[in-house]
Design a protein around this ligand. Structure first.
Ligand code: GDP
Ligand code: IMO
Ligand code: MG
Length: 436
């Protein structure tokens, strides 16, 4: 009951994704009744380890493992029904109960195979240096259709069947000519087959679909506590991240209001999740990246391989310039610092506190990724710790150097550390009551 007093809370990443949001959401849900995924789609991979069993959730909220929590996929998320239903089937086969504890917004936009195809074709066609390294889940093309409006289809549009078939036929005709003209695709999509497949999905989705905005407001009025589960990370935010090496959604804290359908005043607290170092999967600038044995050690100790794609994650020292910029626009009221255990064993640990270019210190986080590519990180070097901290459950159990390191992170980001991860399992955590 440690976070109950916070009120409705948002959990979101302050780096380039994979900070450990799944674990934090899972832990906080002890104190909440409802969880809402409000942005992104099956590009996310949120890992939860319970009783030695590992669950990787892509489309479903991380609350799905808790039968007493209502899990909602909100209108700002994009929905790949094949992934969602596959995930539901796989979890059910592992004994997870999914029924009345899941609701999906009828406003959520649907991902179709032509979105995934376009994602892959655009990546293949992009010039060297302009490839984004997407997850190939069709996220960019689906959000592009949503904002363009002419070719988008929402979950609620799967009914009635006649109108859906007609709409899909028009969209598929457009997509076929677009893909043929732009990418020379000869393999045309069959609108009838696709309609059959999606109408079958519709049958299975129907019990879950509703206006989740109305549902959520009703629940909040009854005093139910709501947790908002961010996907990706603030530095992948479409407006504020390292554009164009970002995702296609509002991945910072700002996305919650429109993505979930709640007014800003409904959110009382926000937990910014960071790793004790930095990782990035996919292309894009990464000033503190370590392309040496230190980076490799972090990757091995932290098991830094993508949850969605299995790609090795790029690893580096904690970048307080980038993360504090993210903290500025996402505004965490508290921090969860994960993977502190991964840094055990280094003689010294480093935090990037400034960028230099041509010997000159930059005063701001640059908008231009080419500048960001070339900056030289300025480091504050701190003493490391050799002790294994996986068994620590109280701050006082941590070596003094590890506590000092946490203090530096909190100070740099201007928010108190509320939680520290010392391993992947649910119980491998330290809750911080009175500051580090
Ligand atoms: P998310 O996308 O933000 O939910 O993060 P991911 O699940 O993609 O990646 C985080 C990885 O770190 C997962 O494999 C987690 O099981 C693991 N993890 C989370 N917290 C900790 C921690 O404190 N220590 C260690 N060693 N692993 C952790
Ligand atoms: P979670 O929720 C880490 C990255 C991709 C790529 C860029 C664009 O698990 O933290 P996209 O497929 O979204 O068009 O890819 O964004 N990316 C993530 N990186 N964690 C994620 O999600 C990510 N979702 C997308 O690697 O660089
Ligand atoms: Mg992830």
């Amino acid at each position: 009951m440690r976070f109950r007093e916070l009120g409705n809370t948002c959990v979101f990443g302050l780096q380039w994704g994979d900070e450990g949001k799944g674990k934090v959401v899972d832990l906080l849900l002890e104190d909440f009744d409802v969880v809402v995924r409000y942005s992104g789609g099956a590009n996310a991979g949120h890992t939860i380890v319970v009783d030695g069993q590992r669950f990787a959730l892509h489309q479903l909220p991380s609350g799905i493992l808790r039968p007493n929590v209502l899990s909602i996929i909100g209108p700002g998320a994009v929905l790949d029904p094949a992934v969602l239903l596959g995930e539901i089937a796989s979890l059910r086969s592992r004994g997870v109960q999914i029924g009345d504890n899941l609701r999906v917004s009828d406003r959520a936009h649907l991902v179709f195979p032509y979105h995934r195809r376009e994602d892959t074709l655009a990546e293949a066609a992009a010039r060297v240096g302009e490839k984004l390294g997407t997850t190939a889940r069709g996220i960019g093309p689906c959000y592009a259709d949503k904002y363009a409006r002419y070719w988008a289809i929402r979950a609620g549009d799967l009914h009635p069947a006649g109108r859906f078939r007609e709409r899909l036929a028009a969209v598929v005709a457009h997509k076929n000519s677009y893909l043929a003209a732009v990418y020379g695709t000869r393999e045309l999509l069959d609108a009838d087959r696709l309609a059959e497949e999606y109408l079958q999905f519709a049958e299975e989705l129907r019990p879950f679909l509703c206006n989740t905005t109305v549902l959520l407001h009703g629940l909040m009025k009854q005093g139910r506590r709501v947790l908002f589960e961010g996907a990706q990370g603030s530095l992948l935010d479409i407006d504020h991240g390292t554009y164009p090496f970002v995702t296609s959604a509002s991945a910072g804290n700002g996305g919650v209001v429109s993505g979930a359908g709640v007014p800003p005043t409904a959110i009382r607290a926000s937990i910014g999740v960071i790793k004790a170092y930095a990782t990035r999967v996919g292309a894009g600038p990464f000033p503190t990246e370590l392309r040496d044995s230190v980076g490799e050690t972090i990757r091995q100790r932290g098991n830094e391989y993508g949850t969605t794609t299995g790609r090795p994650r790029r690893c580096g020292w904690f970048d307080a310039v980038a993360a504090s910029y993210a903290a500025m626009f996402s505004g965490p009221t508290g921090l969860a610092v994960l993977h502190l255990d991964t840094l055990s064993g280094f003689e010294e640990v480093k935090v990037c506190t400034a960028y230099k270019t041509g010997g000159v210190r930059l005063s701001e986080f640059p908008a231009d990724v080419h500048v960001l590519d070339e900056v030289e990180p300025v480091y504050e070097t701190l003493p490391g710790w050799s002790e294994d901290i996986v068994g620590c459950r109280r701050l006082a159990d941590l070596p003094a150097a590890a506590r000092d390191y946490l203090r530096v992170l909190g100070q740099r980001l201007g928010a108190p550390v509320r939680m520290v991860g010392v391993g992947p399992a649910r119980d491998q955590v330290i809750f911080v009551e009175d500051g580090v």
